[in-house]
Design a protein around this ligand. Structure first.
Ligand SMILES: Cc1cc2nc3c(=O)[nH]c(=O)nc-3n(C[C@H](O)[C@H](O)[C@H](O)COP(=O)(O)O)c2cc1C
Ligand code: SF4
Ligand code: SF4
Length: 262
């Protein structure tokens, strides 16, 4: 079994790893690294995708990868979307549309609710809330693993489809200007380079040590969350807000899945 994961603050990597622990013969593959291949092919009887929900839909990086992936031999396909608020969105519908064009179905879909890392909207949840969600997520992941082992079909809610899709499309349309919101506090920046390393799009250059964004951002927020001195902000709105990484995932684990692609 191969599980492709995409993760910038660790939630999806955590879920992918837990599934790997509970199921036999699972290989985890970074979707960013795999996406560097011109024509990636997966040839196995079971393929999974674990990714965050972005703007009620698929992250742009995941969408692009699915477009170019070839799935040989009609495998059992499952998908897990990690999120802050489940059910409001159409990530699986979007995925099914792409794979249907390749005569492939998504047999099982689940949301796993963890913590929203989208701090331009609101601050990271309180620790007690994170702990409850982690406990519930652990139980849900066990159920998901069991269903995958039995190659079961599983559907889930995707609410407010039209609203969510038009919101997602509008976001995608303004992709080139997304990173105009980022700013770096030169007084705080230590020129450590982590923001550049975590970026799955090679969208950060550092001619003088500090990040300069190159207008091909997918708004994963990896750079903002990984900065050890909170030098990066999204406008003024994220100032004073917490930064996030799943407690069981190290920065090095996230970087491994991205830097290998560079
Ligand atoms: C650009 C962006 C958009 C997001 N949109 C949503 C959303 O529509 N619904 C939601 O529940 N969470 C949303 N989130 C939160 C993430 O889906 C959530 O924190 C996810 O678990 C992060 O996974 P990761 O740590 O593997 O990157 C968004 C996050 C980002 C960065
Ligand atoms: S991660 Fe932060 S401190 Fe490091 S180079 Fe980037 S902005 Fe500067
Ligand atoms: S610039 Fe930052 S938010 Fe944009 S793709 Fe790179 S790491 Fe993600």
């Amino acid at each position: 079994m191969i599980i492709y994961y995409y993760s910038t603050t660790g939630n999806s990597l955590y879920v992918a790893r837990e599934l790997q622990k509970s199921l036999p013969d699972v290989e985890l593959r970074s979707l960013v690294t795999a996406g560097q291949e011109e024509a990636p092919v997966v040839d196995t009887d079971c393929v999974g995708f674990v990714f965050p929900m972005h703007y009620f839909g698929l992250p742009l990086q995941v969408e692009e990868f699915l477009q170019k992936l070839t799935l040989a031999n009609s495998p059992y396909v499952f998908a897990v979307a990690t999120c802050g608020v489940p059910y409001w969105g159409t990530p699986f519908m979007d995925m099914e549309k792409i794979l249907a064009a390749k005569n492939c179905q998504v047999q099982a879909k689940w949301y796993v609710r963890l913590v929203s890392n989208y701090i331009p909207y609101r601050d990271i949840a309180a620790d007690w809330r994170i702990a409850i969600r982690a406990w519930l997520a652990e139980k849900k992941i066990r159920k998901i693993a069991k269903a995958i082992a039995g190659r079961e079909h599983h559907d889930t809610w995707q609410l407010l489809k039209k609203f969510c899709q038009s919101y997602h499309d509008k976001w995608q349309a303004r992709q080139q200007s997304i990173d105009e919101n980022f700013q770096c506090d030169k007084e705080k920046c230590t020129a450590c380079g982590l923001c550049e390393k975590i970026c799955p799009r090679d969208n950060i250059k550092r001619p003088n040590g500090q990040p300069v964004w190159q207008h091909k951002c997918v708004e994963c927020l990896g750079c903002l969350h990984i900065c050890p001195v909170k030098a990066i902000d999204y406008g003024d709105i994220t100032k004073g807000r917490k930064r996030y990484r799943h407690k069981e995932v190290k920065a090095a684990d996230l970087l491994r899945g991205i830097s290998a692609a560079k």
